[in-house]
Design a protein around this ligand. Structure first.
Ligand code: AMP
Length: 431
């Protein structure tokens, strides 16, 4: 199978995370939840100039160094399929001058991202994220609201076995102090580091802290803590974020080793991991943080404080309970045409049209086989009601309404009603 193909249009019976209804429900839940916090949807393009990501995400990050799908177009321009949404959203905000119209911009998005990683359960080369970005607010309250939004969305999806990890990376100035301290710590043991970390030491020593290589883990012992390099302002900001999370009742743990793999973060970073075990090794559901320098890095005349997060849709679906998609009422219209076949079939189609017009998912087996085969089909489709129309019903303007649920008294199982009464009976409000 082509690893880039989005494997989303799965037939019934396929692995549950492949069901498109669950995707749609997830996205609707996300946007409706985010809109309660004032976020509105944006749709940035899938493809950008490569330079946007090397400047924005950082050219010493794994994403830019190894994982981007980059190509030249006919004009010799270097383009990349987006590996993440934040840089594109900032580019769009700058290009459309979004902050000239609104002092605080709240944007949400959903869509595919592309990274040439080794595919595994929960890790794909085309994967999908929902995300939110907030521009123009430097306050710790904005960070806390973003974390609360992400956690609340998980609860709305029925995902409850998760843990929020938070940390502060400080501003670039305090990170520079820390960088130097780390380089001083690792340099005497340079030869003992993994080859990858050796090459990272001068370029991006923080990433060594992320490494799972046993040689790097051993070398980390006694390394200076990032927390000790934070300025008083960084510390006050982080303490305020934690206090607000407490006030919001969002459970979290402070994890000083959380650095995240993208260069643009400043101050607060967070990650949400699944603790149900459903995801195996790829247990990060999402993550984000503050990125107060990214606007300036991408050419803004003024610095713009910003904070955001993204979550992986495939992983959310692996973690979400199967039953979290509410199912709408589903009905079938069955034609029992012993005589005057065309009139009965036409009436069946018209009845189905009226049901659909009233908002009801309605199935008609337009092959119009025997009544038995139409009933079998309706059963397979797990419909809640069957509307049976024969010549007598057509003549009388009625319909025979059969309830498929087991917990219905026998005398109520099948009743004859006018068509309008029968339609009203199956509308959600009257159930
Ligand atoms: P990141 O942009 O790396 O912080 O990723 C945010 C979230 O996107 C992660 O926590 C995952 O849930 C999801 N994600 C990242 N990379 C992949 C991938 N290759 N396949 C599936 N999900 C991914």
């Amino acid at each position: 199978m082509n690893d880039l193909l989005p494997r989303v249009s799965a037939p019934a019976g396929a692995e549950s995370w492949l069901h498109v209804e669950r995707w749609r429900h997830l996205e609707q839940t996300f946007f409706s939840h985010a809109s309660r916090y004032g976020f509105s949807e944006v749709r940035p393009p899938l493809c950008e100039y490569t330079d946007l990501f090397s400047r924005g995400v950082g050219d010493t990050t794994d994403i830019v160094e190894k994982e981007m799908y980059t190509f030249e177009d006919r004009g010799g321009r270097h383009l990349s399929l987006r590996p993440e949404g934040t840089a594109s959203a900032v580019r769009a905000a700058l290009e459309h001058n979004a902050l000239a119209r609104e002092p605080v911009v709240r944007w949400a998005y959903a869509g595919p991202m592309f990274r040439a990683e080794r595919p595994a359960k929960g890790r794909y080369r085309q994967f999908h994220q929902v995300g939110a970005e907030l521009y123009g607010d430097a306050s710790p309250a904005a960070d806390a609201e973003m974390i609360a939004l992400a956690a609340g969305f998980l609860s709305a999806l029925g995902v409850n076995a998760f843990r929020v990890r938070v940390n502060s990376l400080g501003t670039r100035a305090s990170r520079k102090v820390y960088r130097d301290a780390l380089i001083a710590h690792f340099t005497p043991q340079l030869d003992a580091l993994s080859p990858e970390s050796q090459s990272r030491l001068q370029r991006n020593p923080l990433r060594i802290l992320d490494s799972k290589d046993p040689r790097d883990i051993a070398a980390k012992a006694g390394a200076p803590s990032l927390t000790d390099s934070l300025s008083a302002e960084d510390q006050a900001h982080f303490a305020a974020v934690c206090a607000m999370l407490d006030a919001l009742g969002v459970p979290y743990t402070v994890d000083p080793s959380l650095v995240r793999g993208l260069d643009y973060y400043t101050r607060t970073v967070f990650e949400i991991v699944d603790v149900s075990g459903a995801l195996g090794a790829q247990d990060a559901l999402g993550g984000g943080g503050r990125y107060d320098d990214l606007f300036a890095d991408l050419g803004a005349a003024q610095p713009v404080p910003a904070v955001g997060f993204a979550m992986g849709i495939e992983r959310l679906l692996l973690a979400a309970p199967e039953a979290s998609v509410p199912r709408a009422t589903r009905v079938a219209v069955v034609a029992a045409a012993r005589a005057d076949e065309q009139a009965v079939l036409g009436a069946a189609l018209a009845l189905a049209r009226d049901l659909r017009g009233a908002g009801v998912e309605t199935h008609v087996d337009t092959r119009f086989g025997s009544m038995k085969s139409q009933m079998r089909r309706a059963n397979d489709l797990k419909v809640d009601y069957v509307f049976v129309l024969g010549g007598n019903e057509v003549a009388a303007g009625t319909v025979s309404l059969k309830t498929m649920a087991d917990d219905v008294a026998p005398e109520a199982k099948q009743v004859t009603l006018t068509r309008a009464e029968a339609i009203a009976r199956v509308l959600p409000a009257s159930r």
